[in-house]
Design a protein around this ligand. Structure first.
Ligand code: APR
Ligand code: ZN
Length: 247
């Protein structure tokens, strides 16, 4: 199906189903300068092994490696800005069409673009927490300590180690994920997936809960065959055009 036809069909589906839920992945933020994980040639996992530098196990076993190597990626991500795709989804929520947004991204760009009902199921980079007394700190406090070579960053109250409030490889999925899944189980007629390869479980199970599916992604996904509409275009452009058709 050619692009213009696909966009019109997607807009039509959103109207017929009185709105949609969104599920986004790293492909939403490549236009904000954050590399994704699996794009051929540019995906991060082709260059580094995240398990080796930023997993929960490395944080506890080798905090120096975690904070001298793995943490740098988090700092870079925290400095990105929302792009037109993030703003378009926030606009679709303002129109009452996007009912909620599940994101695998930790960059917080949906929230910064104005989206309100957001389940950040892999956490975010706004804060960090103390492993001892659980106190929360602004993420900037962790960055400042690391930049001043105080590694690992420590709690001012109990001197235990601080960690970013992201879901690390090896962590349990947060309560937020189960809340999002329950909502989609109950109420998801139409799911719009934007910028995800849909290969990481349990999030990659969520599209099964939707009766209808729109996929906006530059590469094919395993769910394309079941989708009502597949849009092989950049999220920024496709979502901005969708918003203009539905305004
Ligand atoms: N527009 C549309 N699609 C894009 C764009 C773009 N501008 N840029 C990249 N893509 C597509 C890629 O083709 C790819 O299929 O987005 C998809 C991103 O897939 P992944 O890199 O696998 O990212 P994601 O699906 O979010 O990965 C899920 O894996 O490593 C873990 O914790 C990490 O949250 C992440 C999870
Ligand atoms: Zn503490």
């Amino acid at each position: 199906m050619e692009y213009q036809e696909a966009i019109k069909q997607a807009a039509q589906l959103i109207k017929v189903h009185n709105g949609f839920y969104a599920l986004t992945g790293a492909g939403m933020s490549t236009e904000s300068g954050i590399p994704d994980f699996r794009s051929p040639g540019t995906g991060l996992w082709e260059k580094i092994d995240p398990i080796a530098t930023s997993s929960a196990e490395v944080l506890h076993r080798n905090p120096k490696l975690f904070y001298e190597v793995g943490f740098t990626r988090f700092v870079n991500i925290s400095r990105a800005e929302p792009n037109p795709g993030h703003y378009a989804l926030a606009g679709l929520e303002d129109l009452g069409l996007m009912k909620g947004l599940v994101t695998q991204n930790i960059d917080g760009l949906h929230v910064r673009a104005g989206s309100k009902k957001v389940w950040e199921v892999h956490g975010h980079l706004r804060t960090g927490s103390c492993l001892g007394c659980k106190r929360r700190y602004p993420f900037a406090v962790l960055v400042q300590q690391v930049e001043q070579k105080s590694i690992p960053p420590l709690c001012e109250h109990c001197s235990s180690m601080l960690r970013p409030d992201v879901v690390l490889f090896g962590d349990q999925m947060p309560r937020l994920f189960f809340e999002a899944r329950e909502t989609l189980q109950k109420d998801c007629d139409l799911l719009l997936v934007a910028g995800s390869s849909l290969v990481v479980y349990p999030v990659a199970d969520l599209p099964r809960l939707a009766k209808h599916l729109i996929i906006i992604n530059l590469e094919p996904t395993a769910y394309d065959i079941e989708a009502d509409v597949v849009i092989r275009e950049k999220c920024g452009q496709a979502l901005t055009e969708l918003l203009s058709l539905l305004k």
